[in-house]
Design a protein around this ligand. Structure first.
Ligand code: N01
Length: 512
């Protein structure tokens, strides 16, 4: 966004809470952290030179490699001079008369800006359980999403981990290799499909890069924004051996493309059951102790919660030093000086790892005191659930944009192309306004309401409402249950954004 705005001649500055750039890829540096979208696609496409010169080493890039890439981008486009690190923005207050936002930081600084763009992340506010007696614990507590900048020695340590979402599933097999004993405290099992990560061959990379432009264009026409083969056949129309052949192929290839094995997996319960039956049979096959296999079996809808991509997760439970504990049977009671007390068991532990998720999509925005027209706060406006037009703007908050805000495809798609689409849309909009000497832009209330309703109705037609998930805000106490990302896929979303622009920014109003 900064690069694009500067290239259009605007003056812009980034404020970043962390002491380093990288966002999610700075904070989540737990052992085993890597992206589950293929590296050649989980990368910027705004610069052909950049995408040709950067060399990804593996199918799924590790956190350090992605952070290195982001540092390279920062250096290449000389971004650091316009980035202020170690700044938490506390207030963003609209002054309608001046046509400016007053932006305050935790360093008591004040800045004024005509436009304000929130690029504060979809999964950037970690949540953690309140465990009684935490102050008495003499061991160490780490959170995957706030992992410290140091090597942690797990040798000879008894470790407990809470949380078995993507982050937990990534870190568990790695720590299991080093620690003395690992206790995995599971509340809800997830479906996991293998990553089958590998080094990228020169030949594969060359072929992909030679066709980068075409590949990127093709990807934009797919619901996930990710280039893969979407099978148009229904899981209910093929015979058992065809069904197995397709799932075997997807399992062997690895990754999120498993959900594209048949066209109706995410819409039809019976079709979904063919996929869950397949994964559950794999769990039984991999895990030696069938009682443990049963505990790891979700008996749910695959793709309702975010599908997890793993390396060696289920096989980790065959290790002698790993114990799986169902906290529905053995609820966590308290921490003592050296133990974690459950209902009937007391675990001697040196280290506790929390991998308990995020206040998704609205958490970071709601953490800022954002005041719009008529002194109304965004938090008040969103008290009965977030509303936004396209996940880009909110009525009552002129000139305030959100990148991948609630109501955008974001987390259901390949994040980087999705982010770039927002960046381009916002930059073009600001340029359009400058050309016409418009003073402000604001989303109309009607347009916003109909977008929220359209998305909610569409989400209810999928299987996404069949479980509790962070997509619905159900992992955060008292959070309104509303489907947060746009469920209609990237092509439909892009088409809508383009039509709106073509119709002179339909649903928005400008003032001059
Ligand atoms: O968080 P989660 P995450 N007591 O919310 C459990 C992205 N990501 O950090 O399911 C006990 O998925 C909770 O249990 P339950 C990806 O989009 C991407 O793992 O609520 N347990 C669950 O098991 C992902 O979806 C990559 O019953 C508690 C876990 O903690 C998103 O980030 C890598 C609890 C939280 O799982 C979030 O993943 C990693 C409590 N009080 C993450 N509270 C990539 O590779 C929560 N839990 C790109």
């Amino acid at each position: 966004m900064l690069h694009k705005l500067r290239s259009y001649g605007f003056n812009a500055r980034i404020f970043e809470k962390a002491p380093h750039i990288g966002g999610t890829w700075y904070w989540n540096k737990y052992p085993g952290a890597r992206c589950d979208t293929e590296s050649l696609q989980y990368s910027y496409q705004f610069s052909e030179e950049l995408q040709q010169e950067w060399e990804w080493s593996e199918k799924y890039a590790t956190q350090p490699e992605i952070l290195k890439y982001l540092k390279h981008v920062e250096k290449k486009f000389k971004l650091s001079e316009s980035i202020t690190l170690n700044r938490t923005i506390t207030d963003i207050i609209y002054d309608g008369k001046a046509g400016l936002y007053k932006i305050r930081s935790n360093h008591s600084e004040e800045y004024y800006s005509k436009f304000c763009i929130l690029a504060s992340g979809c999964l950037s506010v970690p949540i953690k359980p309140n465990i009684m007696g935490v102050e008495n614990f003499t061991g160490e507590i780490f959170q995957t999403s706030k992992w410290p900048d140091k090597n942690i020695d797990f040798n000879n340590k008894n470790v407990a981990i809470i949380g078995t979402g993507s982050s937990g599933v990534h870190v568990i097999p790695i720590i299991a290799e080093y620690c003395k004993k690992l206790f995995v405290l599971q509340r809800t099992p997830n479906y996991a499909v293998p990553a089958h990560n590998r080094k990228l061959s020169d030949e594969y990379v060359k072929k992909f890069k030679d066709n980068y432009k075409v590949n990127r264009e093709k990807a934009k026409k797919l619901v996930s924004g990710f280039l893969t083969h979407y099978n148009s056949a229904s899981a209910l129309e093929v015979n058992d051996s065809e069904l197995k052949r397709e799932y075997d192929k997807r399992w062997e290839a690895g990754g999120l493309a498993f959900l594209a094995a048949f066209c109706d997996i995410t819409y039809n319960k019976s079709a979904n059951k063919t996929a869950t039956d397949y994964i559950e049979s794999k769990i039984k096959e991999i895990v030696e102790d069938q009682e443990i296999a049963k505990l790891l079996t979700p008996n749910s809808i695959v793709g309702c919660k975010r599908l997890v991509i793993d390396s060696n997760y289920y096989a980790t439970y065959n290790r002698k030093n790993v114990a799986l504990i169902d906290i529905n049977q053995e609820p966590i009671k308290a921490l003592t000086e050296k133990t974690l007390k459950l209902k009937n068991i007391e675990l001697d532990i040196d280290t506790l790892i929390l991998s308990t998720g995020f206040d998704a999509m609205t958490g970071a925005i709601n953490n800022i005191n954002i005041v719009g027209e008529n002194s109304k706060t965004l938090k008040d406006k969103w008290s009965s659930g977030p509303s936004s037009y396209l996940g880009l703007m909110v009525n009552g908050f002129p000139n305030l944009f959100t990148i991948t805000g609630p109501g955008s495809p974001s987390v259901l798609t390949n994040m980087i192309p999705t982010i770039e689409q927002h960046v381009d849309w916002i930059a073009e909009c600001i340029r359009y306004m400058k050309k016409r000497s418009y003073y402000s832009i604001e989303a109309n209330l009607e347009a916003e309401r109909s977008w929220v309703k359209f998305n909610e109705d569409s989400a209810r037609n999928t299987l996404r409402y069949e479980c509790k998930s962070w997509y619905l805000g159900s992992n955060v106490k008292d959070k309104q249950r509303i489907f947060l990302p746009f469920v209609g896929g990237l092509p439909a979303y892009i088409k809508k954004c383009e039509e709106i622009v073509k119709n002179s920014y339909e649903g928005f109003r400008f003032s001059n």
